[in-house]
Design a protein around this ligand. Structure first.
Ligand code: FAD
Length: 343
């Protein structure tokens, strides 16, 4: 391909979609490369909580605005389209497998207060990604998928992005938004100095016809399993639907067995008497210390690519927005360099 983009964005999660949209709004010629066939479809486990509606996270307190159907980031001063449903939840309940619990927030009192009493809300991430994708398309971002990116090489003033399918793309800058196990970070040697803390593994199911008491709550349950495992239950936006995950940092843990024992035996099983599994979503993530300098060879790293854990939708979107603005400024000022995007 002969054409050179001002910016190539690799990965169309919340960070990449936000970066591509922001750069296109700034007048840049943008190409977005994603390995999934269906960009809006979620492949990894996600509880879909907004982090955070009731407190600050990464300097921001997000607002869900049903009037203009946007998720707003008032501190940074931008918003993204979100024409989907949301469901408030009011408490965080931490339980032992015997049912002893510590509860943060009074359920009834908070429920009565409505939005003012919520801990946060569940959104639909697939609707969010779909909305961001539409915004990108309407801004004439060239979206290339499915392409699996193998690496990036700096050649003169350009960066060449290489895909498994044999297609190459050229950009002046690249934003790497390829997530937790970023191939771009690995291929450019950015993982070399990171400390390795372990691997977090999640197996989860979206379940229908659940009967959870105080259902608009987040539950964290310590399971009677060896090695230690936890279950997490969060509402989905539809009625009587929940996302139920079992998690461990031990590879050898019996995830399916623990899930079955939790939902079919013991004191929590009545919650799932009529429940059925709708979709399985799992996730695996190595936990490294964060990347100190998220830049190399005109490639800027954002979102989950650089953190030791998940940056959450909130952090991913903020960092995509910041990186795209930095790239736009660097191009305007003719500083195609680390100095150009340093801010
Ligand atoms: C169990 C679990 C629960 C979570 N719960 C929540 C929650 O409740 N709320 C919340 O806000 N966040 C939650 N998160 C975190 C959230 O999913 C991430 O922080 C967020 O999606 C990060 O966005 P991102 O754009 O940086 O990366 P991702 O969302 O991972 O997007 C990366 C994109 O890059 C693509 N890609 C990867 N490699 C390549 C390649 N080689 N070539 C081309 N494309 C590639 C992927 O297909 C993907 O589309 C949870 C995560 C886990 C694991």
């Amino acid at each position: 391909m002969k054409e050179t983009y001002d910016l190539l964005v690799v990965g169309a999660g919340p960070a990449g979609l936000m970066a591509a949209k922001t750069a296109a709004e700034a007048g840049l010629k943008v190409g977005l490369i994603e390995r999934k066939q269906n960009i809006a479809e979620i492949k990894r486990a996600c509880s879909m909580m907004v982090v955070s509606l009731s407190g600050r996270y990464l300097g921001e307190r997000v607002t869900l605005n049903p009037r203009n159907q946007r998720i707003c980031f008032p501190h940074y001063g931008f918003s993204v389209a979100y024409q989907g449903p949301h469901k408030n939840f009011y408490t965080w309940q931490i339980c032992s497998y015997k049912g002893n619990k510590i509860q943060i927030g009074g359920y009834k009192e908070n429920l009565l207060k409505g939005d003012a009493g919520r801990a946060s809300a569940i959104y639909n991430k697939e609707v969010l990604l779909g909305g961001l994708l539409e915004e990108n398309i309407s801004l004439n971002v060239d979206v290339f998928h499915p392409y699996n990116v193998l690496g990036a090489i700096k050649e003169g003033r350009e960066v060449k992005v290489i895909t498994r399918e044999g297609k190459t793309f050229k950009g002046t800058f690249v934003i790497a938004a390829d997530g937790r196990s970023s191939r771009l970070a690995r291929s450019l040697g950015l993982n070399q100095d990171r400390k390795f803390f372990g691997t977090a593994i999640t197996a989860g199911y979206e379940m229908v016809d659940t009967e959870i008491p105080e259902e608009f709550s987040l539950f964290q349950i310590f399971l009677n399993e060896e090695p230690l495992m936890r279950a997490w239950i969060t509402p989905r936006t539809a009625d009587r639907e929940h996302f139920v995950m079992v998690t461990s940092i031990n590879h050898g843990a019996d995830f399916e067995g623990a899930f079955e024992r939790f939902t079919r035996q013991g004191i929590f099983s009545p919650w799932f008497k009529r429940a059925e599994k709708k979709r399985r979503l799992s996730a695996i993530g190595n936990m490294f210390s964060h990347i100190i300098k998220p830049y190399k060879d005109q490639v800027v790293f954002v979102g989950d690519t650089i953190w030791c854990k998940e940056s959450e939708m909130t952090g991913a979107v903020i960092s995509g927005w910041k990186a795209a603005n930095a790239v736009a400024l660097a191009l305007i000022e003719g500083k195609v360099s680390e100095e150009g995007v340093a801010d």
